[in-house]
Design a binder for this molecule. Structure first.
Ligand code: GAF
Length: 390
């Protein structure tokens, strides 16, 4: 039995047919925005640090049609939501008032209006092959796919960073998840065959060639199926701790602190800050190894160190992701770590491509022996960012 399975891409024709069923008209176009995997640098983005994500081939497809009023009608085929069809007026979308899953799409219109843009209503039908709550940025895929569609249909002239910002504002102000900008930048700015080293302070993106296949390697994504939620209190609590640590150190963000500054902080803040500072440094180390001609296998131990730092210092891993990361390394991975916001979701493992199946099966066996959900696995392929497809 094959354990590693590529998620099925969605068909544009099927999505257009769904759109016609829902809205009795053809869409003006279809857009796509990817989810992401973060290779390293976790919870560093809201501390002005470095991150290193790739955009995935998996993502969200958005069929959209411009309206001549301020109504937004949305439909999803996701089985995970109780209200797949939502109708609202843009004027009724307010900061701090979530409208459930629709917040990630309608919130983009709200964010555009905040910038003084003229915002037309839209009809939208969406479908996705990124699992929700798996730490693969299904929400950024929805908000950035919608943002790309809105930009094109409204004729706004915005930079890629400004498009990503619309997505983040939807997430922060309407959905109520206090995230940084990494996921939206990855979803908008991804390039096939590259990882993005992002300096989140200057919002400078360096595209680094990341063609593992050419080296006989694969980045295996193992979904623990222990769902995480960024709107729950834990993510906000970590963000708050980082702010407190920076304040106690007299710096504007942890980007300006070093590990040697932390001795006088209370133990908890010391550990939180140490994770952020060391993980941001690990991004720079991984980026150097990937650009100086080193064998990419040499990044493996840094991935594993990142997991240990998230487990011991930042405390955002859970028993099943610890088990999967340890099992992957024992089964032959060069390194493995939980990716994304944490508290469940996916583990990534750097493996020889002919070892992917063995490593995935070892993780299934270990999870089953531990009484956890059966993990699912696929190989991540660095892909292009949000774009119009038709
Ligand atoms: C989530 C957030 F959305 C990102 O901004 C980032 O903080 C990440 O968690 C952790 O690195 O994906």
């Amino acid at each position: 039995m094959t354990t590693v399975r590529t998620p099925r891409p969605r068909s544009i024709d099927e999505l257009a047919a769904t759109f016609r069923d829902q809205f009795d008209a053809d869409p003006d176009g279809v857009w796509f925005a990817p989810g992401r995997v973060n290779i390293i640098g976790e919870h560093t983005d809201y501390n002005d640090g470095f991150v290193l994500p790739i955009a995935l081939a998996e993502g969200t497809w958005v069929a959209a049609r411009r309206r001549d009023d301020d109504t937004v009608r949305l439909h999803t085929d996701s089985p995970d939501v109780s209200d797949p069809t939502v109708t609202l007026r843009l004027g009724d979308v307010h900061e701090g008032q979530s409208v459930g899953w629709a917040s990630y799409a309608a919130g983009v219109g709200w964010a555009a209006a905040q910038r003084g843009l003229d915002v037309p209503g839209l009809d939208l039908a969406v479908t996705s092959n990124v699992p929700t709550g798996a730490g693969l940025s299904s929400s950024a895929a929805l908000s950035c796919g919608t943002a790309r569609a809105w930009v094109d249909l409204a004729g706004w002239s915005l930079s890629d960073t400004e498009v990503a910002d619309l997505g983040r504002d939807a997430e922060n102000h309407i959905a109520g998840a206090p995230t940084g900008l990494m996921d939206q930048l990855a979803s908008v700015c991804g390039q096939a065959g590259h990882a993005m080293q992002i300096d989140t302070r200057s919002v400078q993106i360096t595209q680094i060639p990341f063609d593992l296949t050419a080296q006989g390697l694969a980045l295996l994504v193992i979904d623990s199926r222990a769902p995480h939620a960024l709107v729950s209190g834990e993510y906000a609590e970590r963000r708050q701790s980082c702010q407190e640590a920076a304040q106690a150190l007299g710096v504007s963000s942890l980007r300006d602190a070093s590990v040697s500054d932390l001795d006088d902080l209370p133990d908890l803040l010391q550990r939180r800050a140490r994770h952020v500072i060391t993980d941001s440094a690990r991004v720079e180390q991984v980026a150097s190894l990937l650009t100086d001609g080193s064998d990419p296998r040499t990044i493996g131990p840094l991935l594993t160190q990142s997991h240990v730092s998230m487990r011991n210092d930042f405390e955002i891993t859970v028993p099943v992701t610890d088990l999967i990361a340890e099992t992957a390394v024992r089964a032959g991975a060069y390194g493995a770590r939980q990716t994304g916001g944490g508290f469940g979701g996916c583990v990534i493992a750097l493996v020889d491509d002919d070892a992917a199946e063995t490593v995935a099966q070892a993780c299934v066996a270990a999870a089953s022996a531990g009484g956890f959900n059966q993990p699912t696995s696929f190989v991540a392929v660095p892909s292009d960012g949000a774009r119009r497809l038709s």
